[in-house]
Write a protein that binds this ligand. Structure first.
Ligand code: GUN
Length: 292
């Protein structure tokens, strides 16, 4: 079977078009949604992400600000900036781009953001709300994965979802979201990680396989069953002298091999990636709506 490609770019575009109308409605009511992003240091990948977030806000009519802080900044300086945004009623969403430099305590910074402005959904209050299925903010990449499945018409109820990776940003929240007893979820969930002696015992059982490990093309065709739905969250830079930039982007899944067996698969790039920013915009608009 040759897999159907899940076009994340097209689904993201469609959702963003729908959101543009929501922004216009809010603006008519006197509220312009606003996102403020803090970028510490010069990490090249982070700079690209932050630039893309700003552009997406512009396209939708969401106000935004990018606040660049030098790598050498102290934790206190970052907290002071967050405090300013916590207090400012014009700011609905605050995002601190990760990773942070080693001398800054990531947990202390994330926990300092007002949970009602935590559009990344990383604050423990929002993590708790997600686990007990109360309204909060869902983390963007996991929520984007759920939207890809829903908008592709892929049934999750009673299906065996196997998640490879247990990070706080992807693996753990995807498990919690797809486990919930509601539409677009209600799956039987297994989380597998590096301590498993043989991951393929689990991955071969998956009806839906979500991979977020950050290791280029780790999941190969022999590790999946025929007809599996594959969501590849990885985005890895692999040296490639034939490319102008000197590298190419790969997922955590061997796309060429696995797409021969899968029923659906996300490409890298153009799969999960565009959904992350889309769900960030969704949360920012929702944060603004909640202030009315
Ligand atoms: N770095 C990589 N992905 C993310 C994300 O979703 N949010 C933040 N804040 N930083 C990131």
């Amino acid at each position: 079977m040759a897999a159907t490609i899940i076009d994340g770019k097209a689904i993201a575009q469609q959702m963003q078009n729908e959101m543009k109308a929501e922004v216009e409605e809010l603006v008519k009511k006197g509220v312009t949604p606003r996102l403020d992003v803090i970028l510490v240091g010069e990490d090249p990948a982070s700079q690209v992400y932050v630039r893309n977030k700003g552009r997406a806000c512009d396209r939708l009519g969401v106000a935004s600000g990018t606040h660049r802080v030098p790598e050498s900044a102290s934790e206190e300086e970052i907290l002071r900036l967050i405090e300013e945004f916590n207090k400012d009623p014009k700011v609905h969403g605050i995002l601190v781009q990760l990773p942070l430099p080693d001398h800054v305590n990531e947990g202390a910074v994330l926990n300092f953001i007002n949970p009602d402005k935590d559009v990344d959904g990383f604050h423990p209050v929002n993590v708790g709300r997600m686990v007990v299925n109360e309204p909060g903010f869902l983390p963007c990449t996991p929520h984007g994965i759920q939207m890809l499945l829903i908008r592709s018409g892929i049934e999750t109820k009673g299906k065996h979802v196997v998640i490879v990776g247990r990070s706080n940003i992807v693996g753990k929240p995807v498990a919690n979201i797809l486990l919930q007893k509601k539409d677009g979820a209600n799956a039987v969930v297994t989380v597998v990680h590096t301590a498993a002696p043989d991951m393929s015992v689990f991955t071969r059982q998956a009806d839906i396989l979500v991979v977020a490990v950050g290791r280029s093309e780790m999941i190969t065709a022999d590790m999946v069953k025929e007809g599996v739905v594959v969501i590849d969250v990885g985005i890895n830079r692999v040296e490639d002298s034939s490319k102008e930039k000197g590298y190419r982007l790969t997922g955590d899944v061997d796309f060429a091999g696995v797409s021969e067996k899968a029923s659906y698969i996300t490409p890298v790039p153009g799969g999960v990636g565009p959904m992350t920013i889309t769900m960030l915009l969704h949360n920012t608009i929702e944060a603004a709506r909640r202030t009315i």
